[in-house]
Write a protein that binds this ligand. Structure first.
Ligand code: GAP
Length: 421
């Protein structure tokens, strides 16, 4: 984990937030390379689950919703809370389910120092308008999901979708986590990709199974996670979220242990029933009105980034290689003139660089020797390095080097784009 965090900082994937002011506990900023991986993940997901399907549509809703949403959804009541204990001596706080309450405090090592567990709501509070009064209290959304329920009728009315269909959204969510940590694994501000897939109650088993497969396909085929590192955990009834009738956590072997990466839940008709007094869906053939049930596959964006970095980080003899799948890599190729002080080489290389950049993210490097430039690109996961040498000026060919095998071959400049594609 230390190696990943250090690589992220050194190469500009992710660094501590507000660092020049001493940081802000557990806040992280995505740098120039990190934002590319993150956007690649989000775009791939949107393409796979929204744009290439005709049964799912997207929305992008406001982060701050009417507080009545959170009353109806149960988030303001006991449902969305963790149990917290505090050390009476040093006032360190812990989640009661994550420590041994009979053990000494980890921070000050005092025995028998914990308070009785009490509930702590995770909603992030703010005020709308000037006056910080009770009636102006609002909350940052703790999940993107509720907007899909609240907007259900507007989406239905404007798209004329019929069951089964889904509403998808990517966006930020906020939770006042008691114990954030493990880099970007658990933070107070994070991003989710969620789908609420509306069905008839009788279809829930089939639909749940389909989504289970879709999520595995995403992890293996899109993120390139090894099946061996992915596990399913069926959540027992007493540990499930307040709305869920069945939940599976999809866990991943992170460097700090096996932990939740994504979730898949059958939420029944809990949410639509709470938001809509009248049944919001009418079957046009039978005229039956009812509250559709919902299957909810949910993906954390930041945990996806962390799993991808963990999975594809490798060390080989004297180099670090991020073996990212092509679609996730920040740069698809890097272009080098063999020597930076030969104007003809630089000019030819610039021409290739400018051409490829119309269709791909491409890096430029003309510093130091070629070996060092290769290693520098390997570390950030660039799949191909293209070197322009003196022969290139004669034969319109370049050397293209593969990140994973380190093999080099000559290729015509005109074939570069199709090769990358
Ligand atoms: N709408 C359902 C829902 O929000 P969840 O299991 O609480 O379910 C879904 O969250 C996903 O969001 C998790 O599987 C995880 O990937 C991500 N997530 C949740 N809390 C997080 C946090 N504090 N930091 C980073 N990611 C988080």
């Amino acid at each position: 984990m230390e190696k990943i965090v250090s690589l992220c900082k050194r190469r500009g994937f992710i660094f501590p937030g507000s660092e020049i002011y001493g940081g802000l506990a557990n806040s992280w900023d995505y740098g120039p390379l990190g934002v590319e991986i993150k956007n690649n993940i989000k775009n791939l997901w949107w393409k796979k689950f929204v744009q290439s399907r005709n049964d799912i549509v997207g929305i992008d809703a406001a982060l701050i919703m009417n507080p009545k949403v959170w009353e109806a959804s149960g988030h303001l009541s006991v449902g969305f809370a963790d149990f917290l204990v505090e050390c009476k001596k040093c006032h360190s706080r812990y989640r009661a389910d994550q420590i041994d309450l009979k053990a000494a405090c980890e921070n000050c090592e005092t025995n028998n120092s914990f308070t009785e567990p009490h509930q702590f709501n995770l909603m992030f509070k703010t005020f709308i308008g000037l006056a910080e009064e009770k009636e102006n209290v609002a909350y940052f959304r703790p999940e993107t999901a509720q907007a899909m329920f609240v907007d259900f009728k507007s989406v239905l009315g404007t798209t004329r979708k019929k069951l089964p269909f889904g509403i998808a959204q990517i966006g930020k969510a906020f939770r006042n986590e008691i114990t954030p940590g493990n880099f970007i694994f658990r933070t107070r501000e994070f991003e989710q990709m969620e789908i609420e897939y509306f069905i008839r109650e009788s279809d829930w088993g089939n639909s749940f199974e389909n989504w289970r497969k879709e999520m595995h396909s995403w992890m293996e085929n899109d993120l390139g996670l090894d099946k061996k590192h992915v596990h399913e955990l069926e959540i027992p009834e007493n540990e499930r979220a307040h709305y869920s009738k069945q939940t599976i956590d999809l866990e991943y072997d992170f460097p700090f242990g096996r932990k939740e990466l994504y979730g898949l839940a059958y939420r029944g008709d809990f949410d639509l029933r709470n938001h809509f007094k009248e049944a919001p869906y009418k079957d046009l053939e039978t005229n039956d009105k009812f509250w559709p049930h919902v299957i909810e596959p949910t993906w954390g964006v930041d945990r996806s980034v962390l799993a991808v970095l963990t999975e594809h980080y490798s060390e080989e003899e004297d180099r670090i290689v991020l073996k990212l799948p092509f679609k996730l890599a920040p740069y698809k190729a890097a272009v080098f003139p063999l020597l930076a002080n030969k104007p003809k080489l630089v000019e030819k290389a610039k021409e290739i660089y400018d051409n490829l950049r119309k269709d791909f993210m491409v890096a430029w490097d003309d510093r130091g020797n070629i070996g060092k430039r290769y290693y520098s690109q390997d570390e950030i996961g660039t799949p191909f390095c293209i070197t322009v040498d003196f022969d290139s000026l004669e034969d319109d060919s370049v050397t293209i080097r593969d990140r994973d095998t380190a093999k080099q071959e000559r290729i015509k400049i005109r074939d570069l784009a199709s090769r990358l594609r």
